[in-house]
Design a protein. Structure first.
Length: 163
């Protein structure tokens, strides 16, 4: 006897909560709906628009920011409604459901090399902020970074070739 297929139900999303969260901070409503990429993108776009307010270009950027602010609130509310509609099975023909976010177990990615590079850069910038090292002197050695990256790429090539 074949095993029954278990379909994971999505919890219903409240359009009001999605709208309120989006009004508090743009993008949070999309995060609430489980649309993580869209939510992070909305946060970054809003932060960029706020930053552009200081650079001039008024009133264009102000109007653009206001339009985006209201758009993302309406978008979060509509996404919450679509999620609830898809969960209830009330889709009309031609309507595509919003995919449920997959819950994947993260697999280790990256390498120790890039972690070490970031840590070294952090230490260098920290020492530069405390005037322990001079950035002008450090700038003379920038080609070393290119050499180290080249060595890393060659080592990766040979390790994959031998594996």
């Amino acid at each position: 006897m074949p095993e029954p297929i278990i379909i994971q139900k999505r919890p219903p999303k409240s359009p009001a909560v999605a709208g309120i969260l989006s009004a508090i901070l743009p993008g949070i409503g999309s995060l609430y709906n489980g649309l993580y990429t869209k939510g992070i993108l909305f946060i970054l776009v809003f932060a960029g628009l706020v930053t552009m307010q200081d650079r001039g270009g008024q009133p264009f950027f102000g109007l653009l920011m206001a339009g985006f602010y209201f758009f993302q609130i309406i978008d979060s509310v509509n996404n919450a409604k679509a999620i609830n509609k898809a969960a209830a099975g009330e889709l009309t023909p031609g309507e595509t459901p919003i995919p449920a976010p997959s819950i994947d177990i993260p697999t280790p990615a990256g390498s120790v090399f890039w972690g070490a590079v970031l840590m070294a850069l952090g230490v260098i910038f920290l020492l530069g902020n405390f005037n322990v090292i001079d950035y002008d002197r450090l700038w003379d050695f920038w080609p070393v970074v290119v050499i180290v990256i080249g060595i890393k790429m060659i080592a990766d090539y040979f390790s994959k070739k031998n594996a």
